[in-house]
Design a protein around this ligand. Structure first.
Ligand code: CO
Length: 453
């Protein structure tokens, strides 16, 4: 049995994202950063996912500056980010040149470990990112986005993982964003992977369905190398297993984590206090949510849909929309419900139900998803949906980014124009700000103005 397990603390990114809609301000993080840095975590997930977006749109923070501050405040601990492969931190594909630039700058500002996934598990959508991360001597963690469907089998996951190892990834992550990986399947999958691959295996699971502690422990029994947890006062619900619980359980099993339970007390009480300031951003879910296991819809997606239906005064249609999500996902070859596919499928299901006609109006994104602009779908696409989508544009089989002609310089020019338009000094000579503009073109005005004031 393995004697040492690494712990990745996710409170600053995924804990924050799953429980507080990613609204944690940097001034509420910095006072506890030194404590976090002293714990002895394998890494701290602190950036990426929705953090960048939230900084720019809601918190009026420069996300690059946040990264500098985090790095400075936690010099001993590896900083980790979640990257959506060729989608970077956005919802569409970007050209290789832009992906390269983004990774160069993220590495420069202090990211040590890049967890890289693609919503469709299309490996050529993460290939370029992995290569670039390695170029800067950083850790590239290739990731599988876990889902359950009639076409996803244990053999598929093993096959995908082997290919990720062959792509020169430094480690593998099994990313269970909805908490649907059961303890026994985790045990089986990781036991098998341990025979088939030699790079370290990390597990990321959520507490949503109530299985996470068991799943983490069974994964450890099977030999997993690293798991993700969140400090107790920012754990469970849509979030993750509590760091302290896991440390306690592992101690009993005589498995070393290098973490002293006592060192977590102050961190936990700090976040308990801070969390009170963010109640307006908390979701309504209490306890455990089985929707994802029963209806295959992640809880986070459900709360969004509830809000949207309420705005349309059509709350009574929620169950129909849930059923429709299952249908749309099936029609698209059982795409994993993870960003950006989850948003695209949720919106289409809502439109199908509200308009009382399936696929009468197709969103631009669903057309792109159907026609290969996000990559090859895991299974077969529904013929009717395919022919409807084909009325709009051509189907592609190429790697999506190969179709993109956009260059970094072109965006530089656009930012120059934009600065002139909103009457601020020219920011286009700063590559980081060009990247912010590329990722959040419409939302970046406020932050640019703040920078120049
Ligand atoms: Co997650």
């Amino acid at each position: 049995m393995k004697k040492k397990i690494g712990i990745t603390e996710v409170v600053l990114r995924d804990g924050n994202q799953s429980l507080l809609s990613t609204r944690l301000k940097i001034e509420d993080i910095l006072p506890i950063a030194k404590n976090l840095d002293e714990v002895g975590y394998y890494s701290i997930e602190s950036w990426g996912g929705a953090v960048f977006d939230s900084c720019v749109r809601y918190l009026n923070e420069d996300p690059w500056e946040r990264l500098d501050l985090l790095k400075k405040a936690m010099p001993k601990t590896k900083q980790q980010m979640l990257l959506r492969g060729q989608n970077l931190l956005g919802y569409k594909h970007y050209s290789d040149e832009i992906v390269s630039k983004f990774i160069e700058k993220s590495a420069f500002h202090g990211i040590d470990i890049f967890r890289i996934f693609d919503a469709l598990n299309v490996l050529r959508n993460i290939e370029h990112s992995i290569k670039e991360v390695k170029k800067y001597g950083k850790h590239a963690q290739g990731t599988i986005a876990f889902t359950i469907s009639p076409i996803h089998s244990l053999e598929n996951w093993i096959d995908l993982s082997k290919k990720i190892e062959d792509m020169d990834s430094d480690s593998l992550c099994i990313k269970d964003m909805s908490g649907i990986l059961s303890p026994e399947f985790a045990f089986e999958l990781i036991s098998k992977l341990k025979e088939e691959i030699s790079i370290p295996i990390h597990l990321h699971t959520h507490a949503t369905t109530g299985m996470s502690n068991l799943t983490n422990i069974r994964a450890i029994d099977a030999g997993v190398d690293n798991i993700d947890t969140s400090i107790s006062s920012m754990s469970m619900g849509y979030g993750h297993s509590a760091t302290e619980t896991i440390i306690y359980l592992l101690k009993e099993k005589k498995i070393e984590t290098g973490i002293d339970l006592e060192s977590l007390l102050e961190i936990s009480s700090y976040f308990k206090k801070i969390r009170e300031n963010y109640t307006e951003f908390e979701g309504s879910m209490k306890g455990v949510d089985l929707q994802m296991l029963i209806n295959q819809v992640p809880g986070g997606m459900l709360s969004n849909l509830e809000t949207q239906l309420k705005e349309l005064q059509k709350e009574h249609l929620l169950n129909d929309v849930i059923k429709e999500i299952y249908q749309v996902r099936k029609d698209l070859g059982y795409v994993p419900l993870v960003t950006p596919a989850s948003q695209i499928i949720g919106a289409q299901a809502l439109s199908n139900i509200v308009n009382e006609a399936r696929y009468e109006t197709l969103s631009l994104e669903i057309i792109d998803l159907a026609l290969g602009y996000y990559g090859k779908l895991p299974g077969e696409i529904d013929e009717g949906l395919l022919s409807k989508a084909c009325e709009n544009k051509e189907r592609i089989f190429n790697r999506p980014a190969n179709e993109l002609k956009e260059s970094f310089n072109e965006y530089k020019g656009n930012l120059k124009e934009f600065c002139k338009k909103i009457d601020i000094k020219d920011l286009s000579s700063i590559d980081e700000q060009v990247l912010t503009f590329i990722l959040i073109p419409y939302g970046s005005e406020k932050i640019f103005k703040k920078m120049c004031s």
